[in-house]
Design a protein around this ligand. Sequence first.
Ligand code: HMG
Length: 393
Amino acid sequence: MSTPIGIHDLAVATGRYSLDLAELAEHGNVDVDKYYIGLGQEKQSIVAADEDIVTMAAAAARPVLDRNGTDGIRTIMLATETGIDQSKSAAVYVHGLLGMPADVRAVELKQACYSGTSALQFAAGIVARNPEERVLVITSDVAWYDLDSSGEATQGAAAVAMLISANPKVAVLDTVAGLHTSDVQDFWRPNYRSTPVVDGKLSIDTYLSALEHAWADYTARGGHGIGEFHGFCYHQPFSRMAYKAHARLLEINGIEASRERLDADLAQTTRYGRIIGNSYSAALYIALFGVLDQQEDLTGETIGMFSYGSGCVSEFFSLTVVPGYRDTLDLERDREAVFGREPIDYATYRGLREATLPTDGSRAELPASGTGPYRLAAIDGHSRIYEAIEKQP
Ligand code: HMG
């Protein structure tokens, strides 16, 4: 039997603030139940002025490195669709902030919300070639839509860092995966825009169709039967999307998608996405954090994972949980990252959204407002200047 490869450790980070969707509903004169019930979203994470995908990525990765060291890590892959540069990868900034050794390759991956899953699979390939190596995979995104657009209620921000290794201590990445790629204009962001162009209804239909195709490929390649999963994690732009998707999966497998069945399979996995919002590449792994955080012992259980990135690329795969996973993780710390956020009102949110950074090369200092271990201190000569705000161990 080949050496198992998978997630050896995992940690999460998110923005400093949370915006209750009641604030958005009041501003837009919308019935809040459209958000709370219709979308199944309560809150969204908002980044402080001195937080971005780099500071969140480094904040998520810090505890993983503190627990595991850097020995054997020769690759960092940072998956994002809200990159800060068209050329230099965000992984290089994170590498520097984390004080990692120089004999490492650091790259950024992109394919909408799917890229984190590609990083996971590529990492497994590197480890399969040399089981002594470990790979740091980080998913990090800040999801902004146009102000006053229908997408605004589905915003969010988070990062998840995962250490991928042989004989992992959290979950084995099972080898069968179902894939589906198709060229669709459901959601995309041209280089000259800071927010995406979205065809919301098409994106939902394309997501559901991609799930059917990826599942068919997964099944054809000898994947687990529908009854063999303990729970399901879906890429979660809003929690009702996971419910719509799971209902479709159950139906195509001839199972009635009753409310009880859907809740049993999804309540834990949608728990954090509901209050963080869409964190794009990180959203699926926030769902995984939710399932790992539940009290029930998941040892030996298999979790179905559906990754979707608009455009579109999707993958159905599975993870099998390893004995002792709760001793490896620091779930209390991760929970604190979510529940320790500071609520803000609509006016504060709008101020953060409307703030701009110089694009002419002049210097701007950012107010020290984030609470994480790293911050974006300034922009100067078109460079982003990051700093650690906590003494490194
Ligand atoms: P919308 O037009 O604001 O909302 O767009 P709606 O009118 O469709 O209403 C939403 C739901 O709320 C409906 O339920 C309504 O009935 C219900 P459904 O028909 O779906 O069951 N509703 C109410 N329920 C209770 N009480 C009420 C009430 N009023 C209405 N009073 C949309 C919603 C999600 C399309 C929009 O927010 C959007 O465009 N979001 C961004 C795109 C998106 O999230 N797409 C999801 C799939 S694609 C994906 O996941 C990829 C992505 O992450 C990007 C990437 O890959 O990089 C987005």
